[in-house]
Design a protein around this ligand. Structure first.
Ligand code: SF4
Ligand code: SF4
Length: 149
């Protein structure tokens, strides 16, 4: 989710539902190496703090969830439902709820998004659709490279 009043975000998807943080609960967001490096650079946290051990994630770098009064939430979600690393958030978070269905190779709205009906009615720019494909390709390539090590 990216907020509607942000500028210069044509490769991201804007979510204006400010009361919603559903996609940051029980997150399964996968990060690229670039995402991880950016978060480490811009926060006081190391990857061991905010990522699950890769043995639990088939080698992918996946955000950790923690218990909280609002439920099992992303390590970076505040108890008030705000992303605390908004500017540095992973590319997948900024493109969500656009995802790539690996079975159909279709870029689509995630059925888990609370407002999927609204998002399904929107028109998406070519850049946004391409960004989803590039991101997923990067994640798969990086995962293959990790397995070869
Ligand atoms: S990094 Fe931010 S936007 Fe992404 S799942 Fe965590 S809290 Fe939500
Ligand atoms: S679940 Fe959907 S509506 Fe809710 S914050 Fe995420 S993208 Fe926005």
């Amino acid at each position: 989710m990216y907020r509607p009043d942000d500028i210069g975000t044509e490769n991201f998807v804007r979510c204006g539902f400010r009361d919603c943080y559903k996609c940051c609960l029980e997150t399964e967001m996968i990060l690229t190496k670039e995402d991880v490096a950016r978060i480490e650079k811009n926060t006081t946290f190391n990857r061991e703090d905010f990522l699950l051990p890769t043995e639990q994630t088939d080698g992918f770098m996946q955000l950790k969830n923690v218990e909280s009064p609002i439920g099992r939430k992303c390590f970076f979600l505040s108890d008030k439902g705000k992303c605390t690393i908004y500017e540095s958030a992973p590319g997948g978070c900024k493109l969500y709820p656009l995802i790539l269905n690996l079975e159909t190779d279709e870029v689509m709205i995630d059925i888990d998004c609370r407002e999927r009906a609204w998002f399904n009615d929107q028109t998406y720019m070519h850049e946004q659709v391409v960004s989803v494909r590039i991101l997923v390709n990067s994640l798969l390539i990086e995962n293959d490279e990790m397995e070869e090590l």
